[in-house]
Design a protein around this ligand. Structure first.
Ligand code: NAP
Length: 248
């Protein structure tokens, strides 16, 4: 048994690939989702069918009370938390900044940034030796957008991921003596439903020539990086931001 992993937005895409691989590595997995209950339930059943332990729990990571309930449910069902993957995230429609209203910006930052902070806080309260815990690891899912800026597409999204990178650096230092490592992965173009959710189902095809490897990534390729950062093989890595972006 590798421990208990909370993965936000774990029912689909990169989160689902990470949950699946984590279960294969022996983690009990709490799969958080927001809307797609069928996908999260099916994944939990698949993991259980393979002899693993998993639960699917609905919560909006941007809502504090729902985050509290999510972590409480994970405690009760799976036991003491040892790892968190802050994966839940959204993009919005392609737009220039001069067309973005406050509601869009608030939604973007509430989910992508405030949500990650709230989940990190709950994980810290459980894992930090300062709080009587036994330590653990956090991996934040950032984006190559944090260093590219996504001009003309979604600078708001890129800036939210910039905040995640800075949070990773600060938290890593804040928690280094408390038994918690904090790292991030920065995926590039990965084949998931996120592009269609932003109104661009063919985004990777359209932009593929700009990727040095000339292809998009598979969710599993990000999951392997996440699992390595969570593992004891990365025991001296904290505050690291690992690009998983085909060279872009
Ligand atoms: P995805 O397929 O669209 O999945 C997003 C997941 O986040 C879904 O499971 C969704 O839940 C969940 N979610 C959305 N809002 C939520 C909320 N408020 N509370 C809880 N869960 C919420 O996206 P993905 O491509 O796998 O993206 C995962 C992460 O990777 C994101 O942080 C994204 O920014 C990052 N990323 C992706 C790419 C890429 O090219 N795909 C590149 C760089 C970074 P439901 O299933 O219930 O809808």
């Amino acid at each position: 048994m590798s421990g208990v992993l909370m993965i936000t937005g774990g029912g689909r895409g990169i989160g689902a690939a990470t949950a699946r691989l984590a279960a294969q590595r022996g983690y009990a997995v709490c799969i958080n989702y927001l809307r797609d209950r069928d996908a999260a339930d099916a994944l939990a059943r698949e993991i259980a069918g393979g002899g693993g332990r998993a639960i699917a729990v609905r919560a909006d990571v941007a809502k504090e009370q729902e985050v509290l309930a999510l972590f409480g449910e994970c405690d009760r069902a799976l036991g003491p938390l040892t790892a968190l993957v802050n994966n839940a995230g959204i993009v919005d429609r392609q737009a220039r900044v001069d067309a973005m209203d406050a509601a869009r910006l608030q939604r973007m930052f509430s989910i992508n940034v405030v949500g990650a902070f709230l989940c990190a806080r709950e994980a810290i309260r459980r894992m930090s030796t300062r709080h009587g815990g036994h330590g653990g690891a956090i991996v934040n899912v950032s984006s190559a957008a944090a260093r590219l800026g996504s001009p003309g597409e979604y600078v708001d999204y890129a800036a939210s991921k910039g905040a995640i990178d800075t949070m990773t650096l600060g938290l890593a230092k804040e928690l280094a003596a408390d038994g918690i490592r904090v790292n991030a992965v920065r995926p590039g173009f990965v084949h998931t439903g996120i592009h269609a959710s932003g109104g661009q189902p063919n985004r990777i095809e359209r932009l593929r020539d700009g990727i040095p490897m000339k292809r998009g990534g598979r969710p599993e390729e990000v999951a392997h990086a996440v699992l390595w950062l969570l593992s004891d093989e990365a025991s001296y890595a904290t505050g690291a931001i690992l690009d998983v972006s085909g060279g872009r």
